[in-house]
Ligand binder design. Sequence first.
Ligand code: SF4
Length: 63
Amino acid sequence: MKVKIDESLCEGHAKCMEATEIVFEVRDDDLSHVLVEVVPEEEEANVVRAVRTCPRAAISIEE
Ligand code: SF4
């Protein structure tokens, strides 16, 4: 699984980071950044949770 953030939608709410700090990091620019090239298998469920809870629907999954 790969994941990306649409920076034009992201508002830095950090719900994604609450779901997994291994995959997402909200920085001083108030944008979430993806920390991994490929999501570790054990983090996939957390990424799905992040997609569901992101209030801006800014996260998309690429299988
Ligand atoms: S939860 Fe969504 S809007 Fe908030 S920082 Fe993460 S990707 Fe951006």
